[in-house]
Design a protein around this ligand. Structure first.
Ligand code: PEP
Length: 255
């Protein structure tokens, strides 16, 4: 089944406006993005408008790291789906582990955000993953399944076509420790199997499932060689145009 590789760079709380402009200019010179892979940048809110203007008409997509589930109103400090779309965003993250752990976002909240993204026409990237303790206790399947059930509550098969899932073991995020290609493949197969059982075989076969957790130019090729890994959510290594371009290149030649 043909699933287009997606490489997403999550900048987290990094890069001012001038730094955003410098990244996009350097990355565009280093890398002509081909149709083979889809490249996505997820800058902080303050850089979205500027990035949206610079990326308009290019093959690089734009997304946001978070959104609020309401359309508008008295929600000081929050950002709506329509605001993101007005900046040129087509994707948005939902349930990143840093939102879950540092900002206490629970599954019902992730579900509301994901539903708001779908309702607005944004494509959500749902992040799921287990802690180190759960990993050591052999509770990966239990943890991932419970997140999928709660986060995708009331999402129908048609809506599933707009969702990307990112498997991000929490112990591998920003730690330099990566899941082995076989380990990542095993859990991603488990996720695909859950989608098949809960929705249908076709939905599972076309669903893009990414891996995230200390991806870098050196480990990209071995991870993308796994048949169920459809791309990456990259944090630290997406901040440098050269290393992000090398990841995209390695994913192109390995996919
Ligand atoms: C992430 O932020 O989703 C991530 C995977 O970060 P890193 O690549 O730095 O581990």
């Amino acid at each position: 089944m043909d699933r287009r590789v997606l490489i997403a760079g999550n900048w987290k709380m990094n890069k001012t406006l001038p730094e955003t402009e410098a990244f996009i200019s350097a990355f565009s010179e280093l890398r002509t993005v081909s149709d083979e892979v889809e490249v996505l940048l997820l800058p902080p809110f303050t850089s979205l408008d500027c990035a949206g203007r610079l990326l308009a008409g290019t093959r690089i997509a734009l997304g946001a790291q978070d959104l609020h589930f309401e359309e508008a109103g008295a929600f000081t400090g929050e950002i709506s789906a329509e605001m993101l779309k007005a900046c040129g965003c087509t994707y948005v993250l939902a349930g990143h582990s840093e939102r879950r752990t540092l900002f206490r976002e629970d599954d019902p909240l992730v579900n509301r955000k994901l539903s708001a993204a779908l309702a607005s026409g944004l494509l959500p990237i749902l992040c799921v993953g287990e802690t180190l303790e759960e990993h050591r206790q052999g509770r990966v399947e239990e943890r991932i399944t419970s997140q999928l059930i709660a986060d995708l509550d009331a999402v129908d098969a048609k809506e599933m076509a707009s969702i990307v899932i990112a498997y991000e073991p929490i112990w591998a995020i920003g730690t330099g420790e990566t899941a082995s290609p076989e380990e990542a493949e095993e859990t991603i197969c488990l996720i695909r199997g859950w989608v098949a059982a809960t929705y249908d075989e076709h939905r599972a076969a076309v669903m893009r499932i990414l891996y995230g957790g200390s991806v870098n130019p050196e480990n990209t090729a071995s991870l993308i060689a796994q048949s169920n890994i459809d791309g990456f959510l990259v944090g630290g290594a997406s901040l440098d145009p050269d290393s992000f371009a090398r990841i995209v290149t390695a994913a192109c030649s390995g996919s």
